[in-house]
Design a protein around this ligand. Structure first.
Ligand SMILES: *Cc1c(COP(=O)(O)O)cnc(C)c1O
Length: 470
């Protein structure tokens, strides 16, 4: 008999594997069916390895261990918490704004049982879910009316569909932006049945450009925040207040897609000045829309503020029902807005804590990490991200980890539990304390120590190899 056939014959049977103590424990944890499937897959893999003359451990404990690891991997949800050490504060791929303790508590309370989502406690009759955030938003911003939808893209779709279908919308050529993920203003317009009229040049648009394009086919003037890019040099855009006056004079709507929707002056932290929601309303726009999970620091949502009549038309449109948000979003949003009302946004909302975090505090953390991990501390920059404050950075201190193979180290950090997301620059793996939550530090340091220990021998042999090649 050839050696492969002998090894195949010695593979344990499923029944034998299942009677093992370790297997019995796995059945308790998962289920018998899941374990049988996993064991079959491991046996099939072992057979293939044997036939290919590969080395593989086929004793029952080894096979059961591999099945246990596979089961563990399968049970991990694909949506998992990660440690964001990139220094990008509003990281769209990592879920944008982390929520405040109060917002999480409010979501939990709303999730765990029933709530007054559409119930009026006074009358005992039906209430409106729309009322929940509207009062808080009106109070905070002075807007006449407010509406919350799924996200800012949905806000734009609703505004254009309800107020500009089969009509013209005038926008500056410099603002026909792609916000990311293929989301382009012109495509949204087309989808909504509004006709796009572009005016001005890419770098310069004047008030006259808008005035000249107005006709009885026009429904609205639209300003879109350029979000994730910045034009510098010979550039010009008309003042929002001038556009709003023009729209009003001619009986049209002025809509401002603000994108980030800051309620707080960002310039006090050394960032560029980000136009605020209050600025837009003061300029006299009919509607302003922005995201809930960018500089507001709340849950994913699209917030629309403005005049009673225009918001009323949006509410009455059938799409408003399709784009509405759930009780968890209202709960988190209301709690987030409360922080602003109480004047405690900087202290309680995670993204504002990060933005306003003193540099000395970041330095202290970076040095603590360096001491624990054997890295060094270097100067760097954090960014706002998420299409907020394009080009604006905050000075920071970074943990820099030298490695013979920085890509391998970065990947090892990503494989940790919880995964750590870092970046590479100048051949070093960089970690920014600004975006790492205090309660994540212990996990982070453990991961750093483990990753470096695991990689150290390989890294040494790599450098030895490259030395010998010189
Ligand atoms: C981010 C952004 C959007 C999209 O907002 P979402 O909440 O992600 O849908 C739209 N417009 C501008 C100007 C933005 O910056």
């Amino acid at each position: 008999m050839n050696p492969e056939r002998a090894r195949l014959r010695h593979l344990p049977a499923i029944g034998a594997l299942l009677s093992d103590d370790a297997a019995q424990e796995l059945i308790q944890q998962h289920s018998r069916d899941l374990l049988v499937t996993a064991l079959r897959a491991e046996l099939a893999a072992a057979r293939q390895a044997i036939l290919a003359s590969h080395d593989i451990d086929t004793v029952p404990t080894a096979i059961i261990q591999r099945a246990a690891a596979a089961l563990f991997r399968q049970q991990q949800p694909s949506l998992r918490p990660v440690i964001n050490a990139t220094g990008v504060i509003i990281h769209t791929n990592l879920g944008r704004a982390p929520l405040s303790v109060a917002a999480i508590a409010a979501m939990r309370a709303a999730a765990i049982g029933y709530s007054t989502l559409e119930f009026d406690l006074q009358s005992g009759g039906r209430g409106s879910r729309l009322a929940h955030a509207a009062a808080a938003l009106r109070d905070l911003t002075g807007a006449e009316a407010a509406l919350v939808v799924n996200n800012n893209a949905a806000a734009l779709v609703l505004i254009l569909s309800a107020l500009a279908r089969d009509k013209e919308v005038i926008i500056s050529r410099g603002q026909l932006v792609e916000i990311g993920g293929g989301f382009r203003i012109p495509a949204i317009m087309q989808q909504s049945g509004a006709r796009l009229v572009e005016v001005g040049a890419t770098n310069r648009t004047s008030l006259d450009d808008f005035a000249d394009a107005l006709s009885d086919r026009t429904a609205m003037l639209l300003r879109a925040h350029s979000s994730n890019f910045k034009q510098i040099g010979f550039v010009q855009q008309p003042a929002l207040s001038d556009l709003a006056s023009l729209a009003q004079e001619r009986g049209m709507l002025m809509v401002d897609d603000l994108g980030s929707g800051a309620l707080i002056n960002t310039a006090q932290f050394g960032l560029d000045y980000e136009p605020t929601v209050q600025d837009s309303l003061a300029a006299g726009v009919d509607l302003v829309c922005f995201s809930g999970d960018k500089l507001l620091g709340g849950p994913q949502a699209g917030i629309i503020l403005g005049r009673d009549e225009a918001v009323g038309q949006l509410q009455a449109h059938p799409l408003a029902r399709a784009l509405r948000v759930d009780k968890l979003t209202y709960a988190a949003l209301l709690a987030t807005l409360q922080h602003y009302r109480r004047g405690e946004a900087l202290a309680r909302i995670p993204i504002w804590q990060m933005i306003s975090r003193p540099l000395a505090d970041i330095a202290e953390t970076a040095h603590r990490w360096a001491k624990a991990s054997g890295g060094s501390v270097i100067k760097g920059e954090s960014t706002a991200g998420g299409g907020s404050l394009p080009g604006a950075t905050l000075p920071t201190w970074l943990l820099a980890l030298g490695s013979a193979d920085p890509e391998a180290l970065k990947a090892a950090l990503r494989r940790a539990d919880p995964p750590v997301i870092a970046r590479i620059a100048g051949g070093q793996v960089l970690l920014d304390p600004r975006t790492v939550l205090a309660e994540q530090e212990r996990d982070l340091l453990q991961t750093l120590q483990r990753a470096r220990a695991d990689l150290a021998p390989r890294a040494d042999s790599l450098s030895a190899r490259s030395d010998s090649q010189l």
